[in-house]
Design a protein around this ligand. Structure first.
Ligand code: C2E
Ligand code: CA
Ligand code: CA
Length: 630
């Protein structure tokens, strides 16, 4: 480690030399001998650094401040700077210690300065001010002791080295993180850009679309697809295809509205996102894109005529703002454009949506269902838990069309529920059920009412009127409603139910357990029974939880004086478990599937059924959930 000593008195240099003599054993011994001679018991031991490693000093001696400054400059130039400089404060006639320290500091910000002072010299503060920073300036008063100098030198030397290592490490880290950042942005660029066109790729497009969707403003999402691109690829080769893609990408970028994002989504498909004032403006912007692509290109020596089709969807505040759905709709519009020929722009409209179209068809068909005689009711027996006596039948609506075959009510009831059709259907169901009822010896019919039906004006009067007209005792009619129907407006529902029950109707709470009602909540409603949802019965054999839920529904139902009907009973095991749990009534394929009125009459007359295990056969060609492939 290099140290610098500057003092105008040659004798002082001798003292320093004794401190910093090179440490081969003999000279160290000599030093300690000499030191012992000079300083008695205060003789310094060989300087060690913290880990016990001996510090070797390489000292440079100067008699004048200017020489010292020159040494520092040279040392820095050589790349072997000093760790510590011992500077005498008074060095007439040259520059004094303060000035020397100031100039050295100016050259070397890292050097530790030890100011060696007499009593009447500058105050430490004055020197720090001139040659700071304070944590790199130290003081030793003359006359000093060798031990003091050596310890100061080795401590500072050690610190200097540590500082320098740290600085080097920091510099390295800095360099690495800069490199890392560069790599990262390179990786990010690669991940979000298309290598052929350098345009944003699908990932970047989806990200931008997601931001737009969240932004809440009106914007357009356009899908651009090249016409007859495959032909170019097949006849002129992939290189030509690539060339055409690049050219079209450039043209699009130059011809989209300001601020638009043009991304290559893959193959010959591009996505364009831009803010717009409305559908008309968006279509005009797309027309411009199509027009700009309709030009002749020179591709690898061939003349190629470009052409593109565009599908666009404009998303405004009220629209469904799901990015996947936005792209799906733009794709549907593009499909439509493609079907219509080349160079066509199409804006999305709902009729392009297969699922919407299917819904429309269902809706349309349902409107005609009654007059076309496509509806019927199927009846599923409800039996007592102990003797399996048939006490009632649930009426379940069936719809069979020429076009679709049998369609599941789980699919068409919600569609009817969203329009007013549900009322027409509901009227038909109730009348039909009441027509069949007199044929049965004494059973009740259980009719499902959707929330919308239940909430209609004067529901009580409506039901009563139809039942009276059919000449049926209300006690033979059970009204099945769901939790949704009553909890939307609990007060009103409670009143309606109360009146119905006063008139003698039976009331069942359907699909119990799937909604948000607790048994505590249902106390205020006038009910006859709870129908435990099929999902719990399904789970009984498998999960302890379902069995526990069934158990507690049965118990609490009993405590409230309610019957409990277990729905969807399919196996002997479930029957046993439900009997143990104490369910008052059972319903399910185990006893009978929903059957036509004539078959129901047979069961009604027999009054008892043994279990049947025939669970094969699918009732519906079209169920809820697979409607789109109809
Ligand atoms: P829901 O009221 O819960 O009717 C019970 C459903 O479970 C019926 O389906 C029935 O066929 C089926 N099911 C009965 N036992 C079993 C069994 O052991 N295993 C299995 N896997 N299923 C069983 P469906 O007939 O398809 O009716 C579906 C839903 O459509 C009904 O559920 C009801 O919410 C609604 N629905 C049916 N008819 C009408 C109606 O006339 N009016 C109203 N508003 N809704 C109706
Ligand atoms: Ca039901
Ligand atoms: Ca049910």
């Amino acid at each position: 480690m290099r140290i610098l000593i500057v003092d105008d008195e040659p004798a002082m240099h001798d003292s320093y030399r004794r401190c910093f003599a090179p440490k081969d054993t003999s000279s160290a011994d000599a030093l300690s001998g000499m030191a012992a001679e000079l300083f008695g018991d205060d003789a310094p031991t060989a300087p060690c650094d913290d880990d016990g490693e001996t510090v070797q000093f390489d000292a440079v001696h100067c008699l004048q401040g200017l020489d010292a400054v020159a040494e520092v400059e040279a040392a820095i130039a050589q790349g072997s700077p000093f760790a510590v400089a011992f500077i005498d404060v008074r060095m007439p006639p040259g520059i004094d210690g303060k000035e020397t320290a100031t100039r050295i500091r100016a050259l070397d910000p890292n050097i530790n300065l030890v100011i060696v002072t007499g009593f009447s010299d500058f105050s430490p503060i004055e020197i720090s001010r001139a040659a700071g920073p304070a944590d790199k300036i130290f003081y030793i008063a003359k006359p000093f002791e060798i031990a003091e100098v050596v310890q100061t030198a080795s401590a500072l030397g050690h610190r200097w080295r540590a500082d320098r290592d740290l600085a080097a490490a920091m510099a390295k880290l800095h360099e690495q993180s800069a490199e890392l950042a560069a790599n990262e942005s390179k990786a990010l660029h690669l991940a979000t850009h298309d290598s052929l066109t350098e345009a944003p790729n699908r990932l970047a497009f989806v990200k931008a679309l997601t931001d737009k969707v969240r932004g809440g403003g009106m914007f357009a999402c356009a899908m651009v697809d090249l016409d007859r691109f495959k032909l170019v690829n097949d006849t002129l080769g992939h290189l030509a295809g690539d060339e055409l893609i690049r050219a079209i990408c450039g043209i699009l970028q130059a011809n989209v509205p300001e601020g638009a994002i043009v991304a290559r989504l893959g193959g010959d498909e591009f996505g364009v996102l831009f803010d717009t004032a409305g559908e008309q403006a968006a279509v005009m912007a797309c027309d411009r894109m199509v027009a700009s692509c309709a030009t002749s290109f020179r591709i690898l020596g061939h003349s190629v005529h470009g052409a593109a089709s565009v599908g666009v969807v404009v998303i405004s505040g009220e629209d469904d703002r799901d990015p996947v759905d936005v792209m799906r709709r733009a794709d549907l519009a593009l499909n439509d454009a493609k079907k219509s020929g080349r160079g066509v722009v199409r804006a999305f409209d709902e009729s392009m949506d297969e699922s919407v179209r299917f819904r429309r068809r269902i809706e349309g068909g349902l409107g005609q269902a009654i007059s076309n005689g496509e509806l019927s009711l199927a009846y599923q027996p409800i039996v007592t838990g102990d003797a399996m006596e048939v006490v009632g039948f649930e009426a379940l609506l069936r719809w069979r069309t020429e076009e679709f075959g049998p369609i599941s009510p789980a699919l068409f009831i919600p569609i009817a529920e969203e329009s007013n059709l549900i009322h027409e259907l509901g009227d038909w169901v109730l009348d039909e059920a009441l027509k069949v009822l007199p044929e049965w010896p004494g059973q009740y019919v259980s009719v499902n009412f959707s929330p919308r039906q239940f909430r209609r004006q004067n529901f009580v009067g409506y039901v009563m009127e139809r039942v009276q007209r059919a000449g049926i005792a209300p006690s033979r009619v059970q009204i099945e409603i769901t939790e949704t129907a009553i909890f939307d407006n609990a007060e009103r529902a409670a009143e309606t139910l109360y009146k119905l029950r006063q008139m003698g109707f039976r009331i069942a709470l359907d699909d119990f357990g799937t909604g948000y009602s607790s048994l505590y909540n249902i106390r205020k409603f006038a009910l006859d029974c709870l129908k435990i949802d099929k999902s719990f019965i399904d789970g009984m054999g498998r999960e302890r939880e379902s069995a526990a839920i069934v158990q507690s529904i049965v118990h609490l139902g009993k405590a409230l004086g309610l019957g409990v009907v277990a729905e969807g009973v399919e196996t002997e095991g479930q029957v046993q478990a439900l009997r143990v749990a104490g369910a008052s009534h059972l319903q399910g394929y185990y006893f009978s599937r929903p059957v036509p009125a004539a078959d129901a009459k047979v069961m009604a007359d027999q009054r008892f059924i043994g279990g049947e295990d025939d669970l094969d056969g699918d009732e519906f060609a079209i169920h809820a959930g697979n409607g789109t492939d109809g």
